[in-house]
Design a binder for this molecule. Structure first.
Ligand code: AMP
Length: 542
């Protein structure tokens, strides 16, 4: 017997329709690339998205076409997403922090036909356009007055281009399983891989993200997504905020402490999200100026591990709740969030920080398991760690073009490449990337746990741990450290500091001091480069 309920396809443009109808006057505030703060509303954003869709269709772009964006978080960028999706196109976010050749590679792989680009990134496009034969129009997200002279063919200012459409357009009727968005993984190993979101997965993800124990946002919130739309969908906030009708504050290209503080303060932001690096800059600014955060209630921190000291500062010094989150481009991207279940709600001090250091528990819509290398499921005891696997309606089922097929198993589990343990209450903690785990005498050592310990030393600015070849143990940990300016901490002092805080056999065999640790385009430590740099390193114990 079948249910007798309506078929109402889950389509992304229904989100902006709902926002315009129910929350039409709610503001979207952007720090524009040209400089000034610009104010618009969900009502206006929908009207302009319809014009984007109409104009794209008039230019000959069709259902399924990949339309790239290379842009900061602004209302214009948001309108282009909804316009692209509403004409049946596929928005494809490009990460401007990649090398131009990598961007060209990705554009060619996706066969992007059109590009919306911010003024900031026009020089990148000038460099690569001739090597992307599929590329047609380049639409610069500005008005005619700000459009600079360029040798690029087929360039137009967004506002001039948009003037050619009156918005008399019906969203294209689509199947909810059709593609609506695309984002490539950062490709720390091998070529980047394309993740293709569907209308259905994006809508379900936005509903998942809004759950009280996930992002827990509502129409009374003011949301500042510092995490870029080109980094894993701004963690879903470009869809979640309009879905629940919250005021949106878009930071444009300025993410330094002072600029972020200004928006938090003047717009009375209650909820924000970004990687730890952004929060380091903000906390430093607050410490230097003695400013406080009276409006901010919650900050989601993820993308890489949130240091314990950061959680402590936000919660103790500023009264802001930290929610540590984990996810991946392949998961749209939310996987787990660290809100406190009743089992942990009353904890204080170190016991609370111990739980906040974990990456949290999955919302409804994400299933998790940990397995050994042979695929046997491991217990949830908060100690035993293994390969972290996930499945759900907003988790990739394969990569574009069939790359990386070995990460997807027959039962529908996706191997995240992360290594983790899960406790009795379902809280997951990442202990490593599978390829970064240090295998010493057949046992695993968590490089992330050692890094977290080292970073707790007051003289350490940044730390990375890699496995280095050892004749007896196969691999042993080497700690690589950037000291804070003017500090002189020694190898012995650091190892002494870590002793007693982890198993004795985990302690690094040596410490190397460097001026800089290399990072990827999404701000993660580039271990592949470090391993290359230290491949001939001889440990004193070898
Ligand atoms: P991306 O697809 O660029 O967001 O990268 C996803 C990867 O970032 C994950 O597989 C993890 O290795 C890492 N990651 C994300 N969030 C966290 C976190 N909170 N703690 C540790 N690693 C994280």
């Amino acid at each position: 017997m079948l249910g007798l309920m309506q078929h109402w396809p889950l389509l992304c443009h229904k989100i902006i329709d709902h926002a315009a109808r129910q929350h039409g006057r709610r503001e979207i505030v952007s720090r524009s690339v040209e400089g000034p703060i610009v104010r618009t509303t969900y009502g206006e954003a929908r009207a302009r998205a319809l014009r984007v869709a109409q104009r794209l269709a008039a230019d000959g772009y069709r259902r399924g076409d990949r339309i790239a964006t290379l842009a900061w978080n602004t209302a214009r960028h948001l309108e282009t997403w909804y316009g692209i999706m509403g004409m049946g196109g596929v928005y494809h976010t490009l990460n401007p922090r990649l090398f131009p050749e990598q961007i060209a590679w990705i554009m060619n792989h996706a066969e992007d036909r059109c590009l919306f680009v911010d003024l900031t990134f026009l020089p990148i496009v000038e460099k690569i356009a001739s090597s992307v034969p599929s590329l047609g129009r380049v639409i610069v997200l500005t008005d005619g007055a700000h459009l600079p002279a360029t040798a690029l063919a087929n360039v137009v200012a967004y506002e001039d281009w948009l003037a050619g459409a009156d918005g008399d357009f019906d969203w294209v009727s689509l199947d909810e399983n059709e593609a609506c968005g695309m984002c490539y993984t950062s490709g720390t190993t091998g070529d980047p891989k394309g993740v293709v979101y569907s209308h259905r997965s994006n809508v379900l993800h936005a509903m998942m993200a809004a759950q009280p124990d996930a992002m827990g946002v509502n129409s009374r919130d003011v949301i500042l997504p510092v995490v870029p739309m080109f980094h894993a969908n701004a963690w879903g906030l470009a869809q979640t905020a309009p879905l629940i009708g919250a005021k949106l504050v878009m930071p444009g290209g300025r993410m330094d402490g002072e600029s972020i503080y200004e928006l938090l303060d003047t717009e009375k932001v209650s909820f924000t999200a970004a990687v730890p690096t952004v929060w380091l800059m903000l906390l430093q600014h607050l410490e230097e100026t003695g400013k406080k955060l009276p409006h901010l209630k919650r900050v989601v921190i993820g993308g890489s591990a949130c240091p314990r000291a950061m959680t402590e500062k936000f919660e103790k010094n500023y009264g802001v709740e930290v929610v540590h989150a984990w996810g991946m481009t392949e998961m749209s991207p939310l996987g787990s969030l660290g809100s406190l279940k009743p089992e942990y709600a009353g904890l204080e001090g170190d016991a609370r920080l111990d739980i906040k250091e974990k990456q949290g528990h999955p919302p409804f819509g994400v299933e998790m398991r940990i397995t050994d290398d042979d695929g046997n499921e491991l217990p949830w005891d908060g100690k035993t760690f293994g390969r972290l696997k996930v499945r759900g309606p907003a988790v990739a089922s394969s990569y574009y073009g069939g790359a990386g097929a070995d990460q997807f198993d027959a039962d529908g589990w996706f191997d995240t490449g992360d290594v983790a343990h899960i406790d009795q209450n379902g809280y997951m903690q990442i202990t490593d990337r599978a390829k970064d785990v240090i295998k010493s005498g057949g046992e695993w050592i968590s490089s992330i746990e050692l890094e977290n310990l080292a970073i707790g030393h007051p003289d350490v600015a940044e730390a990375a741990v890699i496995g280095v070849a050892h004749p007896k143990w196969d691999e042993r940990p080497l700690l690589i450290v950037v000291r804070k300016p003017g500090r002189t901490v020694t190898r012995e002092a650091l190892i002494d500091y870590m002793a007693g805080k982890c198993a004795k056999w985990w302690l690094p065999d040596d410490v190397a001091f460097v001026d800089e640790i290399p990072h990827t385009a999404t701000g993660k430590i580039q271990k592949i480069t470090l391993r290359e740099q230290f491949k001939d390193y001889r440990l004193p114990t070898a």
